[in-house]
Write a protein that binds this ligand. Structure first.
Ligand code: SAM
Ligand code: DTB
Ligand code: SF4
Length: 363
């Protein structure tokens, strides 16, 4: 059995990434088979519970209020709406619902209380519940755990070096702190990133070093290809080739053998054959449903056809870790602390972010 190493270096990871393709595929597929059933793929459905109007400046994101994108913003959904969507996701074969909110960080109060109720509701439907709500404190992570949260998604997005060219409203360190807050609870960690944002191959390796040297490693790692949305600072970046995605997936699989590697944003641009190579290279999870958060995703029926052609089966919920219990709000051990954590604001200037912010004003 391949050992789990937490001392990977950037040079080692780069060497894996640059291995000749046939050798890389063979190595990744071998590691994959040692740790996972290669014919099972975990299926998650994304649900944007609060869309747009975000105060952050993430250069890839259509939901940042400062950029001039066409998305339709929405306030926080109701628990009833969320339950209805979760039931739909369940009936279409998803084992997990991932609720995303366009927030910088979680704030204690009625909205967070509603999110906790959403978590309770979905856990009671016997589905894995994931949230991605921005930065969280340990107390907030504990309250999510108590409600029955299975996973928390908070991406590193890229290497620490390149991060400074992408986001100026919070630091890489804040991301690591949020992950470490989640790690103190029973909730599993989902953290990955985006390729195709103009970063160097060294940055991809740098991001994987940061993830693989976490101990324990994240239980799931989403690998997104940038969806270049008009109005965002990255609107004109050329799409990556499928070979880069395959290399990234294979490298992730080799350095994090036990992790679920999720083939995330960008699948609408990939052929079935390209996706099949990603599964061969060790991807064993996808986002299903015709929408990601705000951008399109392949049709569920198309995905199911692809699964049929490839003989893939959707993973049942809670096979990797037992279903958490749900504690009702009235029985909670944790009270809201109303903390005002000192998340940072580096606020250095990122030229393309500034240009995208100003662009709409001139048109
Ligand atoms: N606001 C929260 C946060 O930033 O943590 C949660 C939602 S945010 C949209 C979740 C993740 O989606 C980001 O960290 C990023 O990796 C991914 N994402 C956002 N826009 C994307 C895009 N245009 N292409 C690919 N991935 C994207
Ligand atoms: C992740 O890594 N990718 C998902 C999920 N975690 C939250 C989000 C992708 C968003 C793509 C752009 C959009 O649809 O807005
Ligand atoms: Fe806001 Fe998250 Fe988008 Fe950044 S990635 S702008 S924090 S919604």
């Amino acid at each position: 059995m391949t050992e789990i190493r937490h001392n990977w270096t950037k040079e080692e990871i780069l060497a894996i990434y640059n291995t000749p393709m046939m050798e890389l595929l063979y190595q990744a597929a071998s590691v994959h088979r040692e740790h996972h059933d290669p014919n099972t793929v975990q299926v998650s459905t994304l649900l944007s519970i609060k869309t747009g109007g975000c105060p952050e400046d993430c250069g890839y994101c259509p939901q940042a209020a400062r950029y001039h994108t066409d998305i339709e913003g929405n306030d926080l959904m109701s628990v009833r709406q969320v339950k209805a969507q979760a039931l739909r996701a369940k009936s279409s074969g998803s084992s997990r619902v991932c609720m995303g909110a366009a927030w910088r960080n979680v704030k204690d109060g009625p909205e967070f209380d509603n999110v906790l109720e959403m978590v309770r509701t979905i856990n009671k439907l016997d589905m894995e519940v994931c949230c991605t709500l921005g930065m969280v404190t340990e107390n907030q992570a504990q309250r999510l755990a108590e409600a029955g949260l299975y996973a928390y998604n908070h991406n590193l997005d890229t290497s620490e070096d390149y991060y400074k060219d992408v986001i100026s409203t919070r630091a890489f360190e804040d991301r690591l702190d949020t992950i470490s807050n989640v790690r103190k609870t029973n909730v599993t960690v989902c953290s990955g990133g985006i390729i195709g944002m103009g970063e160097a191959v060294e940055d991809r390796a740098g991001m994987l070093v940061a993830l693989a040297t976490l101990d324990p490693q994240p239980e799931s790692v989403p690998i997104n290809a940038l969806v270049a949305v008009p109005g965002t600072p990255m609107e004109d970046i050329e799409p990556i080739s499928i070979w880069e995605m395959i290399r990234m997936v294979a490298t992730t699989r080799i350095v994090m053998p036990q992790t679920q590697v999720r083939l995330s944003a960008g699948r609408t641009e990939m052929s079935r054959e390209g996706q099949a190579m990603c599964f061969f290279a060790g991807a064993n999870s996808i986002f299903a449903g015709d929408k990601l958060l705000t951008t399109p995703n392949p049709d569920v029926t198309e995905d199911m056809k692809m699964f049929e052609h490839l003989g893939l089966n959707p993973q049942k919920p809670f096979v990797k870790k037992a279903q958490p219990d749900t504690v009702e709000a009235a029985d909670s051990q944790y009270e809201a602390l109303g903390e005002k954590p000192k998340w940072t604001r580096p606020e250095h200037t990122i030229e393309r972010n500034e240009a995208a912010k100003l662009a709409g004003k001139n048109s």
